[in-house]
Structures are given as structure tokens and as C-alpha cells.
Design a protein around this ligand. Structure first.
Ligand SMILES: [Cu+2]
Length: 309
């Protein structure tokens, strides 16, 4: 280092006892950290509005995810539990028993307001040991954070105890603004009706911040839309099975154990929205898939590679 530069820097350091305008001020983080404990999310139940990071530390021994959605006025978590979660579980149980007629009948009883639930992202599929993190712009309101992976034919959001929630976590987004800035990203994933496009950078080894532009969105089976879940491809990975796994509708969809390691992603957001998610990538091959029926056939599968660092 040039001595004259060191001297100048030292003089500047000694002369400044108050913050200078060039000093970077970290913008307020507006984040909420949830832990997976058994079949529950545990953590604070309020967050300020605006740009909001939802982080889920999954050391729960299996793959989970955390869809974040906004409830319409007048709809409570209890109503979702009683009128959506429990009937879907009864329908799944009937389907597993081979009674497809009963399964279809129960599935047809969904309340009309189901169409008014707004999917607003949340951390995508994360295997044991993965911390999922997604950042979305959230308006004030009542939300739920939910995981509906299945283990032994039982959805994680279902708790057999009447009135008790499984992995359904009520979250209040306050009117008070969090003041967090929109995140930066090292790569952008654009989602249209025909699939994924990777642009504005690339996935890298180590930490990634992925911007997801939901340019086009549509609803499949009245419930799910385009989203992004990233999984690791090893030599022996059944890529077809892994790409299909997030599709909830088949009996074996989202059934524990997942066929590969899922390392993160983001759930559906409305058309025109932008969300962000974090990924920690080891060198190797990865696939991106969506929680929609026949994702790969619809173009919702993208393979990428990150090199050793
Ligand atoms: Cu779960």
C-alpha cells in the first residue's frame, strides 16, 4: 500500500469523530425468523409491512416449505383450518383408501372465498438442514404461513387434534412500514406462461440472491400457480421424479421423503409481482421446477450448473 495513502486515511480517521455522509447506513432489516419444531412453525407472529423477509430454519429432519398468503377480510386461520385443510386431508385419506369418488366429493366442498386467498410467496421447498429465505412486498393484513408436505399420507398443515393447527402459522403484517429496501440480486429468474428464463447475471457457488419476476401467472386446479423450487441433481438423482415432486395433487406428490435435496425457492406470487429468495449452492448441477401439474411438460424445468469455487 502507498504510504501517502495510509497517512491520508489515518488523518481522515482521526479527524472524524462523527459519522460522515459517505458512511453507509444499513437499511433496517424487516425480517421474521421461524423455526420448524415437529409439525409446527415457531416464532414471532407480527412483522412490519413493506419489503419483508421470511426466513425458515429447517432442522426438522424432513423437507418442508412455507407458503405465505393473505386472508381476505372476514376469513380467519380457524376457518382455513376447518373449511380447507381438514376437508383436503379427508379427501386425501379417501383417495389413499381407493375411494376416488368420495375424495372428489369432499374436494368439491371448498368455500367460495378460497379464490380470494392471495399467494404471496414464502420460502419454497427446503430439505432438512436448509434455511429457506424469501423476501416479498407485503401489505398490512392477516396472513398464514403454511406447509402441506405429506408424511405417511398426512399433510403437515393438518393436526388431528380439533382446533389445533399443524404447520399453519397465523401472521399479522402491521400497518407500520418496516422501511427495508428492495433487495439486490445476482441473478434474475423470469416466469412466464411458458416457463423460466435466467438473465441479468448467473447462479454462483456460495450465497445467491435470486430475483423472481412473475411476469405471467395462472391458476392450475383452482389452487396453485407458477413458482420456483430448486433441487440438487446428483449422478443418481431421478430428475423426472424430483421435477414432479412439488405437484401436490397426486397422492404421492409432496410425499416424504423427497426424492432429492431441495435447497430453496419461492412460492407463487401474483402476476406482475417481484420476489426474492436466497440460495446457498455447492458446486454441481441443479434443477428448478414448479408446483404445478406436469411442470416439466409445461416448460417449468430448468437445469443449471455452478462451478467449484
Ligand atoms: Cu412441512
Amino acid at each position: 500500500m502507498k504510504p501517502i495513502f495510509v497517512a491520508a486515511a489515518l488523518a481522515l480517521a482521526l479527524s472524524s469523530c462523527s459519522p460522515t455522509p459517505s458512511q453507509t447506513v444499513q437499511p433496517d432489516a424487516n425480517d421474521l425468523e421461524l423455526e420448524v419444531q415437529g409439525m409446527s412453525f415457531v416464532g414471532p407472529d407480527t412483522i412490519r409491512s413493506g419489503w419483508t423477509t421470511i426466513r425458515v430454519v429447517n432442522t426438522g429432519g424432513m423437507t418442508h416449505h412455507a407458503l405465505v398468503y393473505r386472508l381476505p377480510d372476514g376469513v380467519t386461520g380457524e376457518m382455513v383450518d376447518e373449511q380447507v385443510v381438514r376437508p383436503i386431508q379427508r379427501s386425501l385419506t379417501a383417495a389413499i383408501a381407493g375411494d376416488t369418488e368420495k375424495a372428489a366429493q369432499i374436494a368439491a366442498t371448498m368455500p367460495e372465498w378460497v379464490g380470494d386467498l392471495t399467494w404471496l410467496g414464502g420460502p419454497g421447498m427446503m430439505s432438512d438442514g436448509v434455511t429457506g429465505e424469501a423476501t416479498m412486498y407485503l401489505e398490512p393484513g392477516n396472513y398464514l404461513v403454511e406447509c402441506y408436505v405429506k408424511t405417511n399420507g398426512v399433510q403437515h398443515n393438518f393436526n388431528p387434534e380439533p382446533g389445533e393447527f399443524g404447520m399453519v402459522f397465523p401472521l399479522t403484517v402491521l400497518a407500520e412500514e418496516g422501511g427495508m429496501a428492495e433487495p439486490d440480486a445476482n441473478v434474475t429468474l423470469t416466469i412466464t406462461n411458458s416457463g423460466y428464463e435466467i438473465s441479468d447475471g448467473a447462479f454462483v457457488t456460495g450465497d445467491n440472491s435470486v430475483r423472481v419476476r412473475f411476469e405471467e401467472q395462472q391458476l392450475y386446479n383452482n389452487f396453485v400457480g407458477h413458482d420456483a423450487h430448486v433441487f440438487r441433481i446428483e449422478e443418481d438423482t431421478d430428475v423426472e421424479a424430483a421435477a414432479r415432486w412439488p405437484d401436490f395433487f397426486p397422492i404421492d406428490g409432496q410425499q416424504t421423503p423427497a426424492p432429492t435435496k431441495f435447497v430453496g425457492g419461492i412460492h407463487d406470487m401474483p402476476q406482475g409481482a417481484t420476489g426474492y429468495f436466497k440460495l446457498m449452492l455447492q458446486p454441481g448441477n441443479y434443477g428448478i421446477t414448479a408446483e404445478i401439474p406436469d411442470a416439466k411438460e409445461k416448460g417449468f424445468f430448468k437445469r443449471f450448473n455452478v462451478e467449484g469455487g
